[in-house]
Design a protein around this ligand. Structure first.
Ligand code: CAA
Length: 261
């Protein structure tokens, strides 16, 4: 069934196996307040359950993906209030989301906006995209992965520069640094991102899910443990009908019809 949710800050749609979530709080450059993040997590939970959705595309506006956590919401908070509010609990769900998450980024992806893009599995950017962690200018530091995922993606030297001086990366620099997958002209971003998401959505869903898990595992396990983990998942896939179908279709020189079983 179609994902239907009343949301204030998101535009949600679904077609051809792809669920699309558009951040839609343009008057404050899609600042990520708690209510928006709550809607995002609720929508992802719906999309997790919906078998027709096999890939999720997360995007913003053409001028801005997201300019970070909502500064108005945090400015006067005490550390105990921040601790009790536990805003990053919502981010934990994004980390655990099992289907591929593709971010399409145009314009600013700053602070929590950059962290949200990095929490996705792949990033496609427009030529105007800008990635940065400017929290240091606010007297704080990144809190949702900006010192961790960024460092793993671009290495220590660049991460230090971005986090300590707030210098952001252009789309071209982000591509060269390995932070993003590809760059397209602004006017083509939506179409290219949709086509790319549909390509992922057409693959065997169980294999996609386990392959995603396995790649993420590489970021925090020693090689031997990771290789072991990978092998077990690989063997497991031979209990799926999609494996039989995929290999038979290859032999019969036809397109496979994957069922997610
Ligand atoms: N939170 C709340 N409001 C924000 C916001 C944010 N992160 N970013 C922008 N806005 C608001 C502005 O206050 C402004 O509102 P008003 O019209 O009411 O004044 C509106 O959005 C438009 O923004 P600007 O007028 O500033 O637009 P600009 O084009 O001049 O500048 C910008 C764009 C460079 C992105 C600038 O808005 C900016 O620096 N934003 C803050 C970026 C930032 O510091 N992000 C990190 C947040 S902290 C964080 O994310 C913590 C974490 O790790 C989770």
């Amino acid at each position: 069934g179609a994902v239907v949710l009343e949301t204030k800050y998101l535009l949600v749609s679904q077609a051809n196996g792809v669920g699309t979530i558009r951040l839609n709080r343009p008057q404050v450059l899609n600042a990520l307040n708690l209510a928006l993040m709550d809607e995002l997590v609720r929508t992802l939970k719906e999309m997790e359950r919906d078998e027709e959705i096999r890939c999720v595309l997360l995007t913003g506006g053409s001028r801005c993906f997201a300019a970070g956590a909502d500064i108005d919401e945090m400015a006067e908070a005490s550390s105990v209030e921040m601790l009790l509010k536990d805003q990053f609990a919502q981010w934990e769900y994004i980390r655990r989301f099992s289907k591929p998450l593709l971010a399409a980024v145009s314009g600013y992806a700053l602070g929590g906006g950059c962290e949200l893009a990095m929490a996705c599995d792949m990033i496609i950017a427009s030529e105007t995209a800008e990635f940065g962690q400017p929290e240091i200018k606010l007297g704080v530091m990144p809190g949702a992965g900006g010192t961790q995922r960024l460092t793993r993606a671009v290495g220590k030297a660049r991460a230090m520069e971005m986090v300590l001086t707030a210098r952001s990366l252009s789309a071209r620099e982000a591509l060269a640094a390995g932070l993003i997958n590809r760059i397209v002209p602004v006017e083509l971003l939506e179409q290219e991102a949709r086509e790319w998401a549909e390509e992922v959505a057409a693959q065997a869903p169980v294999a996609v899910r386990l392959a995603k898990q396995s790649v993420l595992k590489a970021l925090d396990t020693p090689l031997e443990t990771g290789l072991d983990y990978e092998q077990k998942l690989f063997f497991f896939l031979f209990s799926t009908e999609d494996q039989k179908e995929g290999m038979r279709a290859f032999k019969e020189k036809r397109r496979p019809r994957f069922q997610g079983k």
